[in-house]
Ligand binder design. Structure first.
Ligand SMILES: CCCCCCCCCCCCC[C@H](O)CC(=O)SCCNC(=O)CCNC(=O)[C@H](O)C(C)(C)COP(=O)(O)OP(=O)(O)OC[C@H]1O[C@@H](n2cnc3c(N)ncnc32)[C@H](O)[C@@H]1OP(=O)(O)O
Ligand SMILES: NC(=O)c1ccc[n+]([C@@H]2O[C@H](COP(=O)([O-])OP(=O)(O)OC[C@H]3O[C@@H](n4cnc5c(N)ncnc54)[C@H](O)[C@@H]3O)[C@@H](O)[C@H]2O)c1
Length: 695
């Protein structure tokens, strides 16, 4: 249509100028992402159309409202002028779906805004607001009112002016005094951050081509690189993740009705407990412009919590400087700190984030149930405790729900929303709306120990520790998983989170500590293999970063630089001697498979139990809460790319070698999917007779 319209306009002598706009207040979100997996649309090339726009003998002006992203922005770059609405956003986000701008954007953008800014936009995919676009010279004008009228005004003004200087393909790339050095440094940075993710590096190469070759050759290079990415499994994984994230948003009642909710800017929300999690939750709520009351158990904790929240908010406010939105946190009507439980009367929603202790949580929920107004929703941030048991302490279990934030809560996007036996659909819908308003990804899951994310994480960490018993080292295991793409491996992660957290939980479960029955075997619990290694470290005060020692050593307590610790190596070999474990060399493949396949196996069990509605839910949780490498699409997608028969065969092999480890025993659901012929991921759930009871 664009091509036809342009040709008509060019041929019609009564047309003096052209304005291109989008419909319904949006310029364009770029190419249809679904088209990349459909051979039918693959023949359609946008680049030549952008060139056609640019070569028009009549001035073409883009009127950018809403978004101009990807191919949309590339169309705008082909125009001779760009007018944007002040609220519009622009970007080349192709990298986030595993691609690069494939319609000549990598060649035109550096010519317009210079290499550093173009490289930043193209390799990160970030969206920039119109105000920043104006500063960069990406747009010629921004307007508060009618963008289309403004674009037509500009078009009329420039009729008859020479178009050559406005054709970006004819412009040279602005020179830098140190272009070579700049590019070298930029490439190192891109490579370091990519950790096996191809697209940022190929984006870099395309921009580099713009600095080294004439426009037409640069375009050829862009096309070659685009094809490499298009046929890579990584692009498929990221595009799957794009739609998976949107699919988990579509939440409906059993009757198919998507209920709606409270308008959050008019409600008062209470955050209870201002520790690590409470601080991040309050910060996120303030950022989302939701009025909040923060409550602590006493003044000492309150003052400590208030100080920490203020530091976080000041930092956030700084980041937002120059943008359209301001953080309003000095106004007591927006943020209040208190130790007075009477303030609970007026709140519409409570998020409890006190210590992870069932007795305390029940006491608090009993109190909340008595004090809060009847309609108030009561949410708990527990990491693993039973939502039904917490709800049983209230007279309104239908309004009790788990809202599991991830640390740091003002940064991590994931919000696991856990419904209990009695939780009402409107409570679930309200929690989903809260996630959306906080710009988080809400994923609704069922109630079980550890819910989805932590439950899948347990076998992964368990395998990592078993591998140490059998002969590996923390740094070797971490290296394999970091090479796979995780930001940090399981041992660095444990050191960061604090080994004492798991220790407390295991004591609570009677797996270690004073409640462990006398005479228990050191390496067996309830008939299953158990590793006391993490407990032994905790008994020696090695809690990780906070104590300066854990699986690694650190420069000081609170230090962040992990160094392999000879003490740990000696301790492990002594431990193996004590328990007569024969040390063996464990290769990278075994490390990777035992850690990942045990996690995936648990995912299949979760699906079969109806704890999650589909594999996309598990993947979205892992991509947004657990640092699973995005270009691998999430654990269940990864399993589908490895092939379920291979995952099953490997689990069978490891399970035979370790019969006392139930988490390695292949789940019945995985076996079924293999038996029906390695069903594609989209069809997995159709092989389950029982769907989730409520969703
Ligand atoms: C024109 C020729 C195409 C032929 C293909 C052949 C290729 C060969 C030639 C190469 C040409 C390359 C061109 C270019 O360089 C490549 C691209 O443009 S890739 C696409 C780049 N754009 C994006 O990545 C934008 C992605 N979208 C977003 O970021 C957000 O959706 C948004 C636009 C900011 C809006 O956000 P929200 O308001 O929060 O809404 P949702 O995110 O929930 O979206 C609503 C709805 O729209 C669907 N959707 C959004 N963008 C796309 C898209 N680009 N393609 C397909 N679908 C899109 C989204 O999925 C939601 O629908 P739902 O999934 O809920 O049904
Ligand atoms: N830390 C994490 O990484 C993480 C991640 C997800 C979920 N969680 C969960 O979040 C909850 C809080 O964890 P945390 O790490 O923030 O703990 P924390 O120990 O840092 O903070 C708990 C806070 O609760 C306060 N508190 C205790 N009793 C109270 C009462 N009666 N009234 C008001 N405040 C009270 C304490 O004073 C303390 O400040 C736990 O359930 C935990 O399992 C923690």
């Amino acid at each position: 249509a664009l091509e036809d319209g342009l040709k008509k306009a060019d041929a019609d002598p009564s047309v003096k100028a052209v304005m291109i706009c989008g419909e319904n207040g949006k310029f364009s979100a770029g190419a249809d992402i679904r088209g990349f997996s459909s051979p039918k649309t693959l023949g359609v090339a946008l680049g030549p159309i952008v060139s056609l726009i640019e070569s028009s003998e009549k001035p073409v002006v883009a009127a950018i409202e809403g978004v101009a992203l990807g191919g949309g922005l590339e169309v705008a770059l082909g125009c001779h002028y760009r007018v944007a609405h002040a609220k519009a956003r622009m970007g080349l986000p192709e990298v986030t779906i595993g691609l690069l701008p494939g319609a000549e954007g990598t060649q035109r953008l550096p010519r317009l805004i210079g290499v550093p800014a173009a490289l930043d936009m193209i390799t990160t995919g970030k969206h920039i607001p119109a105000t920043e676009a104006l500063k960069l010279g990406l747009v010629d004008e921004i307007v508060e009112e009618n963008t289309i009228e403004a674009a037509i005004r500009l078009a009329n003004k420039v009729i008859g002016q020479p178009l050559g200087p406005r054709r970006l393909s004819l412009k040279p790339v602005p020179k830098l005094p140190n272009m070579e050095a700049f590019l070298q440094e930029a490439q190192v940075k891109v490579k370091r951050q990519a950790r096996g993710f191809l697209a940022p590096e190929l984006c870099f190469q395309a921009v580099q081509a713009a600095t080294q070759r004439p426009f037409a050759e640069g375009v050829r290079r862009e096309r070659e690189l685009f094809q490499v990415l298009l046929s890579s499994g990584q692009a498929q994984a990221l595009q799957y993740a794009f739609f998976a994230e949107r699919a988990v948003h579509r939440w409906a009642t059993p009757g198919g009705i998507n209920l709606l909710f409270i308008i959050f800017d008019s409600i008062l929300l209470l955050s209870l407990g201002l520790g690590t999690m409470g601080q991040g939750i309050v910060t996120s709520l303030v950022k989302a412009n939701i009025p909040v009351v923060a409550l602590e158990q006493n003044l000492e904790y309150l003052n400590k919590g208030r100080k920490a929240v203020m530091v976080l908010l000041e930092r956030e406010a700084k980041k937002m400087e120059g943008g359209a939105q301001k953080l309003d946190f000095h106004n007591p009507a927006r943020l209040q700190f208190t130790v007075d439980f009477n303030l609970l009367h007026d709140v519409d929603l409570v998020i409890e984030a006190v210590f992870e202790n069932m007795a305390l949580k029940k006491e608090i929920f009993h109190k909340l149930s008595n004090i809060c107004k009847p309609g108030a929703l009561l949410c708990t941030n527990t990491s693993a405790l039973d939502i039904d048991e917490i709800a049983s302490a209230t007279s309104r279990p239908q309004q009790v729900i788990g809202t599991h934030f991830f640390s740091p809560a003002h940064v991590m996007r994931l919000l696991e929303i856990i419904y209990g036996r009695h939780t009402s659909p409107s409570a679930i819908a309200t929690a989903m709306q809260l996630a959306k308003d906080m710009k988080k990804v809400g994923v609704v899951v069922g109630n079980c120990f550890g819910f989805v994310g932590n439950r899948m994480m347990f076998p992964y960490v368990e395998q990592a520790v078993f591998l140490l018993e059998e002969g590996s080292r923390p740094e070797a295991v971490d290296q394999v998983l970091e090479d796979f793409g995780f930001k940090i491996g399981p041992f660095r992660m444990s050191d960061l989170a604090g080994l004492d957290v798991g220790w407390r939980s295991r004591k609570g479960q009677g797996l270690t500590g004073p409640s462990l029955p006398a005479g228990s075997s050191a390496r067996q619990r309830r008939g299953q293999r158990y590793s006391p290694l993490p407990d032994l470290l905790c008994e020696r005060g090695r809690f990780g970063q906070k104590t300066g020692k854990g699986w690694y050593q650190y420069e000081r307590a609170g230090g962040r630089t992990a160094t392999p610790d000879p003490w740990i190596h000696g301790f492990l070999s002594q431990y193996r001697d004590t328990h007569r474990i024969e040390t063996r060399y464990i290769d990278q493949e075994e490390i990777l498979e035992r850690c990942l396949f045990s996690l995936i196996n648990e995912g299949f069990a979760i699906l079969a139990e109806g704890i999650a509605s589909g594999p996309e839910h598990l993947d979205v949780i892992y991509l947004n809460g657990y640092g699973w490498p995005k270009h691998r699409g999430g654990p269940m997608f990864y399993a589908s790319t490895v092939g379920l028969p291979r995952v099953l065969a490997k689990l069978q092999k490891y399970s035979e070698a370790h019969p006392d480890v139930p988490k390695l025993r292949p789940s019945a659901f995985l076996k079924k999917l293999v038996a029906v012929g390695n069903a594609p991921l989209k069809e997995w759930m159709s092989y389950l007779s029982r769907q989730s009871p409520k969703l």
